[in-house]
Design a protein around this ligand. Structure first.
Ligand code: PDD
Length: 287
């Protein structure tokens, strides 16, 4: 597996950074995850725009222009000997230099950011899992108030996701002040009476690239949809509940906190949307 670190392509096992890197010491950095199908990155411009938004959010200058990023990413994709990839990009505030305190909360001056990328085989959900759906649990969203930044400091998300793992489930659906925010590592959609409902992008959630694709597909196909605040009661009374992300794509949640969602099997709209998503993906890849 090949990686990229600060200007160099190298085997992943050889990518090494200082223990004083601010990503390691403070979790001071941001990331992106780009799905790659048949060696073609999916919605790369959108991912790079979100990367820029995250960098702006933490006041870190973008070390590369769009064209430069694209070139580095395409080169990294080509170096892998597998076609479908999950490409991880991380940018941190770098490592303090000689004469600077090794650890100081304040931004270090004149330090280049650390840019790290690697790619691993993309593990999308197996068809059996898609057909069966998954279970989820709910939890209070106790993260910070800037969840629109794709920060590498993921401790709250990890602890929340582990609650699902401990319950043998796939995801934790988060609620803040009685309203749906998102999943620990996904966006959540609700279907009620044939209408697709999605929470509005805000600083309380990460607007997923998959989330945008799903809404676009709904519009293209005339599936009624509303982007609005969704109450906990609506989540619990949903006909269908979906989780979406670059790696999970569209996955039906069929059980929530032990109670069946709707009929307790993947609903007709989830199946339709997943089929549309697969077709769209392949069309884009062929273009
Ligand atoms: N996470 N919300 C959160 C908190 C996420 O971590 C993710 C994705 C999403 C969905 O975003 P997208 O559709 O752009 O993948 C929403 C990635 C997959 C991860 O952390 O591995």
């Amino acid at each position: 597996m090949s990686a990229y670190l600060n200007g160099q392509f190298l085997p992943l096992a050889e990518a090494k950074i200082s223990a004083l890197d601010r990503g390691f010491v403070f979790g001071d950095g941001i990331y992106e995850l780009v799905p790659v199908y048949s060696k073609k990155p999916f919605r790369l411009d959108e991912h790079l725009r979100r990367l820029q938004g995250s960098l702006d959010g933490i006041r870190l200058d973008n070390p590369h222009g769009m064209a430069e990023w694209r070139d580095l990413i395409l080169r990294l994709i080509e170096l892998q000997d597998f076609a479908d990839q999950s490409l991880y990009i991380q940018v941190t505030r770098g490592t303090p230099i000689q004469g600077q305190p090794p650890r100081d909360h304040a931004f270090p001056r004149g330090v280049p950011p650390t840019v790290f990328m690697f790619s691993q085989p993309l593990a999308t959900a197996p068809p059996e899992q898609k057909a069966a759906g998954v279970c989820a649990v709910t939890a209070a969203d106790n993260r910070w108030l800037r969840c629109n930044i794709k920060a590498i400091s993921l401790l709250p998300n990890i602890l929340l996701r582990q609650q699902a793992v401990d319950a043998d489930c796939a995801e934790t659906v988060m609620l803040r002040d009685g309203f749906l925010t998102e999943g620990a590592a996904s966006n959540i959609f609700v279907v009620k009476d044939g209408v697709l409902l999605a929470p509005p992008p805000s600083s309380l959630m990460l607007a997923g690239i998959t989330y945008d694709v799903v809404l676009e597909l709904a519009d293209t196909l005339g599936i009624p949809r509303q982007v609005r605040a969704i109450s906990e009661a609506e989540v619990r009374a949903a006909d269908e509940l979906w989780m979406t992300s670059s790696t999970k794509e569209i996955m039906a949640i069929v059980k929530l906190d032990g109670a069946p969602v709707g009929a307790g099997v993947p609903g007709p709209l989830a199946q339709r949307m997943d089929a549309l998503y697969q077709t769209f993906k392949h069309q884009v890849m062929r273009a």
